[in-house]
Design a protein around this ligand. Structure first.
Ligand code: ADP
Ligand code: ADP
Ligand code: ZN
Ligand code: ZN
Length: 746
């Protein structure tokens, strides 16, 4: 197998690098965030492979495939087909479950159609997505959504006082007038004093609440909201609309199928006393036992296939899931592992698989299981490329490619290539960091108070009572599926919603033109500096207003519509894609125009903006480990970990906050963890409380207080198995986390 050869690569920050990657090996890419790992693996190898694959299709098909731009590289030879296994969420709707994603549900359906008693039909009858199998009441969703009328109506108020809480109905508005002028309502009477006729008119537009509306002008509020919120796909609507509908809708379990999604005939069909819905409710380990008890020659193969599939999911550390779990509720790490399982079942070989931090969300105890699956994938004759920061994963590499020496303009080179033992001797940030680990915190802080959680029972939690300390850093630990996110991100966050700042890895809900400069709020300051320096108006430095290039109107691109074909998008020739007009571009600050200023990384900008108000913001970017980002980099290009850290940056400098974070070390290089700990220390010293869910042992050692959830995952978790200081944990605790901590200290 000829090696993959890459020559003269200059994508993003890469400095004309050339190297070869051996095939059928497990290759791990290391280096600080922003050094250029993704630029090599995703933007070059994966993109070019996909681009070449797409080029083999006829043009009609091609126009419908995603478009990959040709990477900036002189040559790439011997690429294979690529599969990217990333942490993007799986499936987007309630009809997609762990069972449908893993294909195990279709095997289960086949099993029931063959040997289920009494016989219910062929296999499609067992599908909740098929009209023959679904519960008619909920159309196979297992739950029904209703408009929560109390969230819409303030019954203490009259029309004149604004009884409809929705701002589009405020007194005097167009919608308000439709109702007010109908003549049906006394505008000064509070809704709670309405007769039942009046109330029915308000809600349903008719006096008895059943017949046709009496006046075409007023649709009852209930119908109106049902139509605009329920019977419509709002998945691509704005966050505002989604949030609004979230608040107005209540979800209830379907009373006919009790959440099982299927109709009675199908639910009555059983194997060894279990219906297909029962099997989908079981944890995977339990389902495996139930299936092992089926002894029927006719379905031997089928049962074997099912058990093999379950084994893979269990082995990769997902034994606590059940097939009925809706896939949009899975975490990024769980989604990635499930995708890995799907590919393990494939018989394709000679492929290149690419993973992005597969250890995310995994307890040190479980990482070795994932390691063995990665090796298995390689041993089937595939090339496996992994971007990773976790010590245990890096240690299994056949070959390590270390990118550095630092980030952004100070990175972009390959600083080491070779085996893991060689890496340990290498004079690179990664090599050095691998030999170090942080000490256990000797003098943990004392709490200044605490917030109680009482009798928490969500998901797998077993009547949990625990106090969350205030004024110190608490680390919540436990294996995947033990209940950490349920306890902290759901129960705790919900109970103390008003006091907590949740800093998650989710998309940043700002316009798609947001950049670090605009998001952190110093873009205006840059405009002011330019305006003052050049005696111009600030508006000139905005491509949304006076500064816009006249040809592309500030879009930077020209879109040419073609009949029957996709429009052609080309860079605007006049502004070269910069979006600004000539007058704006001619204004300089210390020799840089607006575009050049936004192209500076935060660390470069520190010098340029010395002495201005901007410095404070740049220092914050440095503190959260994002000094390699340019001021104008679209936030849409950030990874989950980077997003979380820029949200943290926005919240720094405040006092009295309770900050909750889930795996803040995601995407962070070993050498940056120490910096993050210094920052955390500063946050807590500044009078804030930190609660972080973390698997990283260095972070756990630096905690003031540990709350360990376990003893294991799923049904076997959901209890607080230890609370105390790190020292205490190492000395006394008998938990999985304590074992791992002791190993890493010895
Ligand atoms: P890593 O994967 O090692 O964290 P990346 O390859 O993502 O690093 O980034 C390398 C450099 O390229 C960084 O300075 C980053 O800010 C920059 N970069 C990455 N993607 C883009 C992009 N879409 N636009 C502009 N700069 C980018
Ligand atoms: P951790 O954060 O420790 O990995 P979780 O809180 O995500 O654990 O999960 C704890 C248990 O709750 C697991 O059995 C998991 O399958 C279950 N669970 C978590 N979220 C949901 C959900 N949205 N629906 C159903 N079960 C869930
Ligand atoms: Zn139902
Ligand atoms: Zn233009």
């Amino acid at each position: 197998m000829a090696d993959i050869v890459i020559k003269g690569l200059t994508e993003n920050n890469l400095k004309h690098v050339s190297f070869t990657i051996p095939k059928e090996k497990l290759i791990i890419f290391t280096g600080v965030s922003g050094s250029g790992k993704s630029s090599i693996v995703f933007d070059t190898i994966a993109a070019e492979s996909q681009r070449q694959m797409n080029a083999t299709y006829p043009s009609f098909v091609r126009s419908r495939l995603p478009k990959y731009k040709k990477p900036n590289v002189e040559r790439i030879d011997n690429l294979t087909a690529c599969v990217v296994v990333d942490q993007s969420p799986l499936g987007g709707n309630a009809r997609s479950t762990v069972g449908t994603i893993s294909n195990l549900y279709s095997s289960l359906r086949l099993l029931f159609s063959r040997i289920g008693q009494p016989y219910a039909g062929t296999a499609s009858y067992f599908s909740f997505n098929d009209p023959n199998g679904m519960c008619k009441t909920c159309s196979g969703l297992g739950k029904v959504t209703k408009i929560d009328i109390n969230a819409i109506l303030d019954k203490d108020k009259s029309w004149n006082e604004g009884c409809v809480k929705d701002s589009t109905y405020k007194p005097g508005s167009w919608y308000w007038k439709q109702y007010a002028s109908s003549g049906f309502f006394d505008l000064d009477k509070p809704v709670k004093e309405y007769s039942s006729e009046e109330y029915n008119l308000l809600l349903y537009g008719s006096r008895d609440g059943k017949s046709e509306p009496e006046n075409t002008k007023i649709t009852g509020l209930f119908h109106k909201y049902t139509r605009t919120l329920l019977n419509r796909d709002i998945s691509d609507k704005s966050k505002h609309t989604k949030d609004k509908s979230q608040n107005l809708i209540t979800e209830e379990e379907c009373t006919d199928c009790h959440g099982k999604r299927l109709n009675e005939v199908v639910l009555n069909c059983k194997i060894n006393g279990y219906s297909i819905a029962d099997m989908c409710d079981m944890e995977l380990t339990e389902l495996r036992e139930v299936l092992s008890d089926i002894f029927d020659k006719n379905v031997n193969m089928l049962v074997q296939t099912l058990i093999e599939g379950l084994n893979r999911m269990i082995d990769i550390g997902l034994p606590y899931l059940h097939l009925g779990r809706e896939s949009p509720t899975l975490s990024g790490g769980e989604a990635q592992r499930l995708k890995l399982v799907r590919y393990m079942g494939s018989s394709l070989t000679g492929m290149t698989y690419i993973f992005d931090e597969p250890s995310t969300g995994m307890h040190p105890r479980d990482v070795y299981r994932m390691n063995s699956l990665l090796k298995e994938l390689r041993d089937k004759g595939n090339t496996v490329l992994v971007v990773e920061h976790d010590k245990d994963v890096i240690s299994i590499a056949d070959y390590v490619i270390d990118v550095g020496p630092q980030a952004g303009q100070n990175g972009g080179e390959i600083v080491f290539m070779g085996s893991y033992p060689e890496l340990l001797k290498a004079d690179t940030l990664t090599g050095k960091a691998l030999l170090q680990s942080l000490p256990i915190k000797q003098q943990p802080r004392q709490r200044v108070g605490s917030l109680p959680i009482r009798e928490a029972n969500l998901h797998n939690l077993k009547n949990v009572n625990v106090d969350i300390p205030l004024g110190i850093m608490t680390v919540v630990t436990g294996v995947a599926g033990s209940g950490k996110s349920t306890l902290i991100s759901q129960v705790f966050a919900k109970q103390y919603e008003k006091d907590i700042v949740m800093i998650d890895q989710g998309p940043i809900t700002a316009t798609n033109r947001s950049t670090p400069a605009s998001y952190l709020g110093f873009f205006d300051e840059i405009r002011k500096l330019l305006a003052r320096e050049n005696s111009k108006d600030e508006g000139l430095f905005s491509f949304n207003s006076a500064g816009a290039c006249p040809v592309c109107a500030g879009k930077g691109v020209i879109v040419t519509e073609l009949a029957f074909m996709d429009p052609i998008v080309t860079e605007c020739e006049v502004c070269s894609g910069t979006r600004y007009n000539q007058e704006a571009m001619e204004c300089l600050y210390k020799g840089n125009n607006i575009v050049q200023l936004l192209a500076l990384t935060a660390s470069e900008a520190l010098e340029v903006f010395e002495g201005s108000k901007i410095v404070r913001h740049l220092k914050v970017m440095q503190q959260v480990g994002l000094s390699y980002l340019t001021l104008g980099q679209p936030l849409s290009t950030l990874s989950g970990g980077e997003r979380q850290r820029i949200k943290l940056a926005k919240n720094l400098g405040k006092k009295g906050n309770i900050i909750v974070m889930d795996e803040p070390t995601t995407g962070l290089h070993l050498s940056d963890i120490e910096k993050l700990m210094i920052l955390f220390d500063m946050i807590v010293s500044g009078g804030n409380t930190l609660v972080v869910i973390e698997h990283n042992l260095d972070v756990i050692k630096q905690a003031d207080w540990i709350i360990d959830i376990g003893p294991d995952g799923g049904k076997n978790g959901g209890e607080v198995v230890f609370v105390g200081t790190p020292t205490h944990m190492v000395q006394h605790a008998k938990t999985l986390t304590a074992d791992c901590l002791r190993t890493s200290c010895s």
